[in-house]
Design a protein around this ligand. Sequence first.
Ligand code: KG4
Ligand code: ZN
Length: 352
Amino acid sequence: MLILGIETSCDETGLALYDSDQGLLGNILNSQVDIHAAYGGVVPELASRDHIRKIVPLLNALLEQTDRSLADLDGIGFTAGPGLLGAVMVGATFGRSLALSLGIPALGVHHMEAHLLAPLIDLPNQPSTPPPLPFVALLVSGGHTQLVRVAAIGDYTLLGESVDDAAGEAFDKVAKMLELGYPGGPLLAKLAEDGDPTRYRLPRPMTDRPGMDFSFSGLKTAVRTLIAKERSEGSASGALDSQTRADIARAFEEAVVDTLLIKCRRALTAADTQHLVLAGGVSANRRLRARLASDLGGVIHVAPPELCTDNGAMIAYAGAQRLQAGESAPLAIETRARWPITELRAVGDANE
Ligand code: KG4
Ligand code: ZN
């Protein structure tokens, strides 16, 4: 089955072709970083407009790259939420209409389920090794920080989540405080590489009590306080020297990674498994990947970095799982800005 995946939930237009026998055939992405950089964050209306501009040229380029035509498609998966509604609607309207015109089924994909399944995508000449069920997934993106017990694809129990900011959001906000620009997370991670992890110690929020919920808002405030203190004690201009900025970035990253690690350990115990799927944009973070692999004491399943952040491949793959089971979307185009992952049904159950 050849599935086209379309991702437009935020500031990346991603399209991909996934073949259920041959794996991922092609994956193409246009990032809108340059458009939003001037504003220091994503401007929803500009995001929607650029998706409209890019979606057809990207589809044509993908078909050319993979030497396939529209007539070869067996189904289309598009992100239906959660995300910026206007942006989601571009991909959903395009995907649903294209499927109608081709007479093939289409399906609205849950963006976070797609992230969760990304480590399971079969890459060319590199089949994945799916974890045995049940397993635990840590979903860490710009909008979500959740620990989920996965009993089957689509059968999700929430073990814990952030009570305030998502981990990626905290990365982005701290990056802004350090005047790193947008997109903040990867820039902050890069700066942290030159930082001394022993100079500052920031709090590991909510780790001193039981439970698997997270809170990153207090950590953000702790960074703000630290920056203000260093500014007042530093040079006359109030500017931080580059080593101090790197040390603060490193202390923040260490605090986030430690916190995530402690909660993941609890989640594996709670779900009685050794297997952790690490997914979402923050799972591209090198230190997080390395620390979980070395210190968790379990087996980590994580996608290559380019499939951790938003992309069409994960939408094609997640769509393929459900389309193959006979699910399809009605002609009415349904999109959701908010959509709890626990509302999904197990693959195969949805038609009952
Ligand atoms: O999954 P994603 O691409 O979009 C959402 O669904 O939100 O995640 C984006 C988030 C942003 O907050 C970004 O700063 C963060 O992932 N991120 C990172 C890294 N790469 C992306 N955070 C830390 N280290 C990175 N290397
Ligand atoms: Zn995402």
